[in-house]
Design a protein around this ligand. Structure first.
Ligand code: 5GP
Ligand code: MG
Ligand code: MG
Length: 184
């Protein structure tokens, strides 16, 4: 079956994502312009790979870019609430963190603690999507960190623009919901 035919509904089109990512990058550029030390932009692999690529190309500042991995979903659609960090940063962290989606908050909270323990004096978070309806774990930014969010996401399991279901659908250029028969 052709890829688009697996999708029941598109929530954000490629064009809407492009527009919103540009706005986030301008905000970040403005907020970090007064700083003398180059911020580290850390993407959460694999889900944030496209978001990170698009965001950093629009940030008009010297920055370093790195990935960290956090897994809690296995191949299902529900977090087991116990994220692991199977690969870690290479760059010095002082700065920021890019997350594809904040659901219960447990991944983010775990990553913030981890990056803080490596000496970051300030941690901001930039997520493409936030699902406030599902929040269980409270997270705290560090230092003068700010929270940037692309879109508030309704309580669906979404795919595309980097986000997977069972490692598939990351290459959809938009964010959408799959047909129910595919999830089952
Ligand atoms: P949390 O730890 O906040 O419950 O979940 C965050 C992580 O779970 C995200 O980084 C992402 O990998 C995954 N996740 C949460 N909701 C979704 C969703 O709707 N679709 C996909 N593909 N991944 C999700
Ligand atoms: Mg993730
Ligand atoms: Mg996943």
């Amino acid at each position: 079956m052709e890829l688009d035919k697996h999708v029941e509904k598109i929530l954000w089109t490629e064009q809407q994502i492009f527009q919103r990512v540009s706005e986030l990058a301008s905000e970040i550029t403005q907020d970090f312009t007064p700083q003398t030390k180059a911020p580290a932009i850390v993407g959460v692999a694999t889900g944030a790979f496209l978001f990170l690529a698009d965001l950093v190309r629009k940030i008009q500042l010297p920055i370093s870019v790195d990935f960290i991995r956090a897994d809690s979903y296995g191949s299902g659609t529900v977090s087991d609430g116990n994220p692991r960090i199977p690969f870690d940063l290479k760059v010095d962290v002082e700065g920021k963190h890019v997350e594809d989606i904040v659901d219960t908050g447990s991944t983010l909270s775990c990553l913030i603690d981890h990056i803080k323990s490596k000496g970051a004096s300030s941690i901001s978070v930039c997520t493409l999507l936030d699902k406030p309806a599902r929040r269980k774990v409270h997270f705290e930014l560090v230092g003068k960190g700010k929270y940037y969010c692309g879109f508030e996401c309704p309580d669906y399991f979404v795919v595309g623009y980097g986000m997977d279901f069972a490692e598939l659908y990351r290459n959809l250029p938009y964010v959408g919901v799959l047909k129910p028969e595919i999830y089952s």
